[in-house]
Design a protein around this ligand. Structure first.
Ligand code: AMP
Length: 369
């Protein structure tokens, strides 16, 4: 798009640093780095919720930052986020704060089964414990006490009722500084052990549900007075009710398919917002299914001839992030299959999952309408 880009990351091996005109590898608490970064840029955004909010506030004193630091402050703590949403009449799973592991039993008034989540720093299912019944209380309380003694600064949790959803959906909402709002089509996500595995665009849902999901996601962004790209993750219950699970103030993994299946991707859209350009189209040009490459999947995709031959013949768009170390469950890249029909895109995704060694269990069945 013709702009020069500065990237600040704590990890010297962060892939984005290699693509930046002005790469800056330094801790987010480094005052010298903050001064240098502020001087280098005309406008800034962030794509990681766990960046210290004080750094973002300080940056916003020198240059416009979108989304505003006040929004990050609300969203980077799960309890603040859920409290904010509930206060604005947005449906969320029943929840309770938990300050001391000893009070776990009381917080289970939300109902069982329940999930205990750390209020900060958790992502991809990390820092979460599931309680199926009263028998699990002891074990989870012990785990929380252990976590508390290892990390005394991360002292708080949120206890949520575990919802028996029919589908997980998400909506990417783009909002410009002038108030223009556009939402990409509703997509369906399948997670494995809390980590996103596949995204189907569009979701196989009724038009009415899609309209309601979009309206709900836009309500969330309006409540935040958000400017930028937001992903609103939703639970669709079997009877059609929608709940908001989580809001991300940035381009999202479930929107990576937009690079290959929309006229303007979520990333280009964010640049448009930051630079004050008119928002771009959010239309789907063809059905798409995205498969995340987690951990060792990357090794298989880059070394196994059968997989490489399949990918070369199946209209696959392969994106490898160039992360240096492979860790189990780490997001190393993704593959987007675009096709004339959702069924064809899904069939290709399923073949890839099979070649990667995941059997066609419930988790990999095509989401049905
Ligand atoms: P989160 O990090 O909060 O997005 O949680 C990761 C995944 O855990 C979600 O995508 C869901 O699959 C599951 N999950 C989180 N919260 C709930 C809940 N209240 N009820 C049921 N499943 C949940």
């Amino acid at each position: 798009m013709g702009y020069r880009v500065a990237v600040w990351d704590q990890d010297p091996d962060a892939p984005a640093l290699r693509a930046a005109d002005f790469p800056l590898a330094a801790p987010f608490t480094d005052q010298g780095a903050l001064t240098a970064f502020s001087a280098a840029v005309s406008v800034a955004t962030y794509e990681w919720e766990n960046i210290p909010v004080t750094t973002v506030h300080r940056l916003a004193e020198s240059v416009p930052v979108h989304p505003a630091p006040a929004i990050l402050q609300i969203l980077q703590n799960r309890l603040n986020q859920k409290t904010f949403l509930a206060r604005h009449g947005i449906p969320v799973a029943p929840f309770q704060p938990l300050e001391r592991p000893e009070d776990l039993e009381r917080a289970l008034s939300v109902g069982l089964p329940a999930l205990v989540k750390t209020t900060t720093q958790g992502y991809d299912g990390k820092g979460q414990w599931r309680l199926l019944g009263p028998d699990d209380v002891c074990q989870v309380r012990e785990a929380l006490l252990r976590q508390q003694s290892q990390n005394p600064s991360e002292g708080q949790w949120i206890v949520e009722q575990c919802l028996a959803f029919a589908k997980e959906l998400s909506v990417l909402v783009v909002r410009g500084a002038g108030g223009d709002v556009r939402s990409y089509p509703v997509v369906e996500n399948v997670h494995e052990a809390g980590i996103l595995r596949t995204t189907c665009a569009p979701a196989a849902i009724d038009q009415l549900v899609a309209t309601q999901a979009t309206a709900l996601a836009e309500r969330v962004v309006m409540a935040l007075d958000g400017v930028g790209v937001f992903c609103v993750e939703l639970f669709l219950m079997p009877e059609g009710t929608l709940y908001v699970n989580e809001v991300a103030p940035r381009p999202h993994n479930s929107g990576h398919y937009t690079i290959d299946a929309c006229p303007v991707s979520q990333f280009a859209q964010l640049v448009r917002v930051l630079c004050g350009l008119p928002l771009g189209e959010v239309r789907l040009t063809s059905p798409a299914v995205m498969v995340n490459l987690l951990g060792d999947d990357i090794v298989k995709v880059t070394t196994e001839p059968v997989i490489q031959t399949f990918l070369s013949r199946s209209n696959a768009r392969v994106h490898l992030y160039g992360k240096k170390s492979v860790r189990p469950g780490r997001k190393m890249g993704h593959v987007t299959f675009v096709a004339d029909t959702p069924e064809a895109a899904w069939a290709a995704a399923r073949t890839l999952l099979g070649l990667l060694g995941y059997d066609s269990t419930e988790e990999t069945e095509q989401p049905s309408g």
